[in-house]
Design a protein around this ligand. Structure first.
Ligand code: ATP
Ligand code: MG
Length: 558
């Protein structure tokens, strides 16, 4: 995992264009989200590419809200997108734009196309439209409206704009080729009537441009040199080029790359919104969501996301990336920066019978073995402790080396203890275990050199703080929930066990920890204080990732 940027076909093309002086040697890119939802990790791939390519070539990258469809767009989304792009570590400086600011210009360009007899007002209804369009293997038919005189189209277009007609009564289409094998070239619609208010332009417009018409014009107006987008737009590129050529305006180069797909999650704002609205998650920033704000709340760092994006690189082949790979980058980054602390998620009480009741001792614990500058801290040891239930078995199988009756183990940084007795309730459940400790082993080593096979984390019962810990698992039970070819809705593939909440005990050094603080609970994983629900009275932690790196393991096996 190196820091070096992998050369990909897009970066090579941009570097070649700079060298050849195309676009005057300039590089202008843009990240063009539609503000109809929160950004997800897929968008982060585009953001890293758009801003990255610009920065590597002394260019600029614009943040442009592609807000041409009023229906689902909202300022809440605009604000969250700005916050998320900034958090990822990118800066658009003064280059913040809105497609809606170009509505007037777009209208003007549409009028120009009509005047050039390259666009016409069509009256076919939806069914007729479909029938006339044909299918890829069968050419379409020309609409009777195609021969409408220019003056008539100009008049109707103006009256559409003035609100004289109902939604769907007329559309504006460009005149290309109804026999083209590419359906997008069969006289596509470029303007439609939509009597809806827009979150920025209010009721100023009741006709709105279609994506294919708007996007190339937005790029052109802003002088974008390389318009990077995902593969599904490849078939739209001839239309992108046709419109700019027909208008004879600045012509940006559209280049497509494969989108990011991750296993066990989905990458569609529309589907993510369904999860939010259906109450399947607590919100866009639910830590199980693949959104940037969800990942942030879960404890993921922007550095980890950027390193992951660098690693996967840019290709032209659609694929499904293992979520475990992203997790391994999160783990690697958190390993460097997280302080180690102890917390017990499922507590089992341990009483040290030979440790005096009123005694306490201070144990030195290392804050981060990866970072000597992080120093050490004191933790309290006392007669009653908690260890993890999982770390004890009354009747252990051969390969279980942790605590069991009669066995000696090490308590991290503290002492060797030996289990003497198991106490059960009437139902036969283990409620506590009794041990003895060896005072000679303070710090965790025996002067006589004897070894133990396990080191357990622990907290002192009377010193520990209670905390709620949220353990997350995959949001879906299937690798590719978006694939609905099995006839099942993606929501039927939600994992019912994606969240487990436990009442834990954590060491007192965590008192006063605030939202976003990160740590590693030794032997358990990386956690962070929840930014929404944690308070002074009640600590709430999210598990960012468990400690075990299943990705590296998988790679090792190959
Ligand atoms: P969604 O289906 O989630 O709404 P979108 O493509 O409609 O995605 P936009 O807001 O239009 O969302 O996307 C802004 C930019 O992010 C576009 O350039 C788009 O190509 C890119 N993008 C979206 N999803 C991904 C992804 N999964 N991987 C890479 N880039 C993506
Ligand atoms: Mg979209």
């Amino acid at each position: 995992m190196t820091d070096e940027i992998k050369k990909d076909f897009i970066r090579e093309k941009v570097v070649a264009d700079v060298a050849s002086g195309k676009f005057g040697g300039k590089v202008v890119t843009r990240f063009p989200p539609e503000p109809n939802g929160y950004l997800h990790i897929g968008h982060a791939k585009a953001i890293c590419l758009d801003f990255g390519v610009a920065a590597e070539n002394d260019g600029v990258c614009h943040l442009r809200f592609d807000d041409t469809n009023p229906s689902a767009e909202d300022v809440e989304y605009v604000e969250s997108i700005e916050e998320d792009v900034r958090w990822l570590g990118f800066d658009w400086a003064e280059h913040l734009y809105y497609a809606s600011d170009y509505f007037e210009k777009m209208y003007g360009y549409a009028v120009e196309l009509i005047k050039k007899d390259k666009a016409y007002i069509c009256t076919l209804n939806t069914e007729q439209f479909k029938e006339y369009r044909g299918v890829p293997t069968r050419p379409g038919k020309e609409s009777p409206s195609r021969s409408r005189p220019v003056t008539e189209s100009l008049d109707l277009f103006e009256r559409m704009k003035d609100g004289e007609f109902d939604d769907g009564a007329y559309v504006l289409r460009v005149k290309i080729d109804m026999t083209s094998p590419n359906l997008h070239m069969r006289d596509p619609v470029i303007y439609r009537i939509k009597k809806e208010d827009h979150h920025r332009t209010g009721d100023a417009w009741c006709i709105y441009p279609m994506y294919d018409f708007a996007h190339c014009i937005e790029d052109s107006i802003e002088g974008v040199t390389h318009s990077l987008c995902t593969l599904e737009f490849e078939v739209h590129r001839p239309l992108y080029d046709w419109i700019l050529d027909a208008l004879g305006i600045h012509h940006s180069q559209q280049i497509e790359f494969a989108r990011l797909n991750l296993t066990y999650t989905i990458m569609s704002k529309r589907k993510l919104l369904e999860l939010v609205e259906g109450g399947h998650v607590t919100g866009w920033n639910d830590p199980r969501m693949p959104t940037i704000c969800g990942l942030r709340r879960r404890g993921c760092t922007p550095e980890a996301i950027r390193a992951f994006m660098k690693h996967i690189g840019i290709t032209k082949v659609n694929s499904l990336t293992d979520t475990a790979l992203l997790e391994s980058f999160i783990r690697e980054d958190l390993n460097k920066r997280s302080l180690r602390v102890m917390g017990v998620l499922r507590p089992l009480k341990v009483v040290i019978d030979n440790y005096p009741e009123d005694q306490e001792d201070q144990i030195d614990a290392v804050n981060n073995p990866e970072d000597p500058a992080a120093g050490s801290r004191k933790i309290s040891f006392s007669r009653e402790l908690y260890i993890e239930q999982d770390d004890f078995m009354e009747d252990p199988p051969k390969k279980f080396f942790r605590m069991a009756p009669g066995r000696e183990v090490r308590l991290r940084y503290a002492y060797f203890i030996t289990c003497q007795e198991v106490v059960k309730n009437d139902a036969g459940e283990i409620v506590e275990i009794h041990c003895t400790y060896d005072p000679e082993t303070k710090g965790g080593d025996a002067p006589d050199g004897r070894k133990v096979k396990a080191t357990l984390h622990w907290v002192s019962a009377k010193h520990a703080l209670e905390a709620e810990v949220r353990l997350y698992d995959r949001l879906f039970t299937e690798e590719n929930p978006a694939d609905e070819s099995d006839g099942k809705d993606f929501k039927d593939k939600l994992n019912p066990d994606s969240l487990e909440v436990v009442k834990a005990f954590v060491e007192p050094s965590l008192k006063g920890a605030s939202g976003g603080d990160r740590c590693q609970f030794e032997r358990l994983g990386y956690f962070c204080v929840d930014s929404e629900d944690s308070t002074e009275e009640k600590l709430v932690f999210n598990r960012t990732v468990a400690l075990r790196d299943s990705w590296k393991k998988m790679q090792g096996k190959k």
